[in-house]
Design a binder for this molecule. Structure first.
Ligand SMILES: *[C@@H]1O[C@H](CO)[C@@H](O)[C@H](O)[C@H]1NC(C)=O
Ligand SMILES: *[C@@H]1O[C@H](CO)[C@@H](O)[C@H](O)[C@H]1NC(C)=O
Ligand SMILES: *[C@@H]1O[C@H](CO)[C@@H](O)[C@H](O)[C@H]1NC(C)=O
Ligand SMILES: *[C@@H]1O[C@H](CO)[C@@H](O)[C@H](O)[C@H]1NC(C)=O
Ligand SMILES: *[C@@H]1O[C@H](CO)[C@@H](O)[C@H](O)[C@H]1NC(C)=O
Length: 402
């Protein structure tokens, strides 16, 4: 019994020394129990040993993760003699490089519950810039990617390129760029293809897709994964450095994906356009433009009762309807006129004293400012102030954002 006890304490001392080397402060409760019965002291010692073992296991895990992160890359599709070393990896970096473990257990579910916009690792490595070139190349396959990352360039926010980047830039051989645009905030988390440019082929290397999310405050977070091979690295587009200056009310935009600029967000208010007007009296013969004077609905004030012309207030898809009541004996034609072109007819033809109503509809895409009216080409149309037989109406069905 005594020899066992000595052995147990010997192990404890070794562990304690080991733990001290790693800057772990630990109080041994067993040492405050010298007055207690030996049985109880031993139970506590065993318990302490268990937690020390756990501590050690975590240490070993961390160490393995570190050595793996900087271990050699087995796949080498790109010819190179240059090996990445720690010094080159840290060039230009003034932030923490990689967080390997945050809380030890790496529980995926609890991480998913957190918004990545506020839980990311800062990746501030100047060598990732699209204008950086060096003979010391890096490979992101050697990194143990975990969780979400936000790109910086000397402390300034920066984005991944949405275009092909010249080979041997971004501190690597084949720079990885984002295929397709960055998402909008309302898109949430999206999956995007990643391509590596090599041998004049912008997507010679199809790397595994990554997840991207747009965050409030004009920045993006990326869930990076190991690229398909070495040497490839996620690139940071130096031209997007201007995006960090965009205000809350602005967006960072680019028409060519090369030049970026801040632009004030357009406040889009939903436009409602509906009208229904009538001609309260009969019409005979040719009338170039029917002056519908009685207005029932004119939401959006796009129809002008003084001119009889509807003017499209926004670009979009519109539907119109117009009708007549044939005034008897012969043909009556009404035309819908869009931008001075007759596009649809309401025709009726009756014999004798009989009468018929005829309704026509038309749907079209109009540009903002387009004009629409109805002409009375021939015949007779019957209406009274209350009959609502000669009518014209329309609605904007869908606004088109151009
Ligand atoms: C490591 O990288 C640095 C900077 O890129 C370079 O100066 C150094 O020679 C490299 N060391 C080795 C052993 O390759
Ligand atoms: C890359 O662009 C940044 C920002 O414009 C600039 O400060 C830096 O000097 C450039 N680096 C190289 C290697 O051209
Ligand atoms: C339609 O004709 C009027 C009068 O002739 C003219 O002022 C107007 O510009 C024309 N509209 C279009 C879209 O051509
Ligand atoms: C109603 O209008 C349509 C299209 O203009 C025409 O084909 C049809 O003959 C008209 N109906 C009558 C009863 O005239
Ligand atoms: C047509 O109307 C006129 C006058 O209202 C009437 O004299 C005539 O009989 C009517 N014809 C027919 C075929 O109904």
């Amino acid at each position: 019994m005594l020899s066992l006890c000595v052995q147990v304490f010997a192990v404890l001392v070794v562990c304690a020394a080991d733990a001290a080397n790693r800057d772990i402060s630990y109080t041994f409760r067993a040492w405050t129990m010298v007055d207690q019965p030996l049985q109880e002291q031993l139970a506590v010692v065993y318990k302490e040993m268990e937690s020390l073992k756990h501590e050690q296991a975590v240490m070993i895990q961390k160490q393995e993760a570190l050595s793996q992160a900087f271990a050699d890359c087995s796949q080498k599709p790109i010819d190179t003699d240059v090996e990445m070393n720690l010094t080159s990896l840290q060039t230009g970096s003034n932030h923490l490089l990689y967080t390997l473990t945050q809380d030890g257990d790496g529980d995926e579910d609890s991480h998913e519950a957190l918004d990545p916009c506020y839980h990311y690792t800062v990746l501030d490595q100047a060598w990732r810039a699209s204008n950086y070139t060096s003979k010391y190349v890096t490979c992101d396959r050697r990194v143990q990617w975990k969780g979400w990352y936000r790109l910086f360039y000397h402390g300034k926010p920066i984005q991944m390129p949405e275009r092909c980047v010249m080979k041997e830039m971004c501190g690597t051989h084949a720079p990885l760029w984002l295929v397709g645009d960055h998402p909008r905030k309302r898109d949430g988390v999206v999956t995007r293809q990643v391509c590596g440019n090599w041998k004049n082929n912008c997507c010679l290397f199809k790397s595994p897709p990554i997840q991207v999310k747009a965050c409030r405050g004009n920045y993006y977070v990326y869930k990076f994964v190991k690229p398909v091979a070495c040497h490839m690295a996620y690139c940071a587009d130096i031209n997007t450095i201007v995006c960090g200056k965009c205000r809350k009310t602005e967006s960072c935009i680019s028409s060519n994906k090369i030049t970026w600029m801040c632009k004030k967000n357009q406040l889009r208010i939903k436009v409602n356009v509906h009208f229904f007007v009538t001609h309260p009296a009969s019409i005979s013969g040719k009338v170039n433009r029917i002056m519908y004077r009685k207005e029932y609905v004119n939401q959006g004030k796009a129809f002008d009762t003084r001119t009889g012309i509807f003017k499209a207030p926004v670009s979009g898809v519109y539907q119109f309807f117009f009708s007549t009541q044939n005034g008897g004996n012969g043909a009556t034609d009404l035309w819908l006129v869009v931008n001075n072109y007759s596009v649809a007819m309401s025709h009726s033809n009756v014999q004798g004293n009989s009468s018929v109503g005829n309704l026509s509809t038309y749907m079209t895409t109009l540009r903002k400012g387009a004009t629409v009216y109805v002409s009375h080409n021939r015949g007779r149309s019957w209406a009274s102030s209350a009959s609502n037989t000669i009518v014209f109406g329309g609605s904007l069905l869908m606004e088109r954002i151009i």
